[in-house]
Design a protein around this ligand. Structure first.
Ligand SMILES: [Zn+2]
Ligand SMILES: [Zn+2]
Length: 254
């Protein structure tokens, strides 16, 4: 049993309800983290519909999900498959759900587990300097982490970091020291580039289009039909649901 202490975002209500439902179901023994309760409930509901009266043990097992079924009466003999597809499906949900809060997350090694980008920082004792989002893709994270400071932007939108990096190379020496950007919300433009003034217009034509097509929060492509250029529906959905933080440090058992 590994233990992680620290703060996190307050779990989504459906995770709280799923955890309470799991506790109230006869024959079901679950000790998954609260953020994985919706995934565990999906597995349990699928199995109980197929085999009522089952005894089900469901727990976190390393970075994954372990489920044991016993007893119960098979309702439809022709429908039986083992392992039940529900357990595979539940594992897939868990691998993309923050253990602490149920928001979209990804697997981390330190601390070991699946966390959203906000909770992984909160558990370390720091405060995130960004709104909740879908987890950054590894290449976006690398580009953001290694980007030099851009004086004209208080914060570079993490999802646009790879695009900013390529502009730094096209219009300067890569340091970004003399480049001035303007963050227009749904896109980014270069306002001035002392050594490459003649190329700004051409670079901006590409930059405006590409930033509109990428989510400023997570770097994923924005659907062509989206009403929110520069921001993906997933990040906007996560942000619309609030991000209160637990007030006290707590102990998470897994
Ligand atoms: Zn979280
Ligand atoms: Zn996004």
């Amino acid at each position: 049993m590994d233990q992680v202490t620290g703060r996190g975002l307050i779990p989504w209500p459906e995770a709280v309800v799923a955890a309470m439902t799991l506790r109230s179901l006869p024959g079901v023994h679950s000790d998954v983290p609260i953020g994985w309760a919706p995934a565990a409930l999906a597995v349990v509901a699928g199995h109980l519909a197929n085999r009522p009266g089952s005894v089900i043990f469901i727990s976190k097992d390393g970075g994954g999900f372990s489920t044991t079924f016993a007893a119960g009466t098979l309702v439809d003999a022709e429908a039986e498959v083992y392992p039940h597809p529900g357990s595979w499906y539940g594992g897939e949900i868990a691998m993309h759900s923050c253990e602490l809060c149920a928001r979209p997350g990804r697997r981390h090694r330190v601390p070991d587990g699946v966390f959203c980008d906000s909770c992984v920082i909160l558990t370390s004792g720091d405060e995130p300097d960004f709104a909740p989002r879908l987890p950054l893709a590894p290449d976006v994270e690398d580009a953001y982490r290694t980007l030099p400071p851009i004086r004209s932007l208080v914060t570079v939108p993490a999802g646009w970091a790879p695009l900013v990096r390529s502009v730094l190379k096209r219009l300067g020496d890569g340091s970004g020291a003399d480049l001035v950007f303007a963050d227009e919300g749904d896109h980014l433009v270069v306002v001035s580039a002392p050594d490459a003034a003649d190329r700004i217009a051409a670079v901006n034509r590409t930059l405006v289009t590409l930033t509109r097509e990428r989510c400023r929060y997570c770097g994923r492509p924005v659907e062509e039909s989206s009403f929110s250029p520069g921001a993906c529906d997933g990040c906007l959905a996560v942000q619309a649901r609030g991000w209160e933080t637990t007030t006290e440090w707590r102990e998470r058992q897994s």
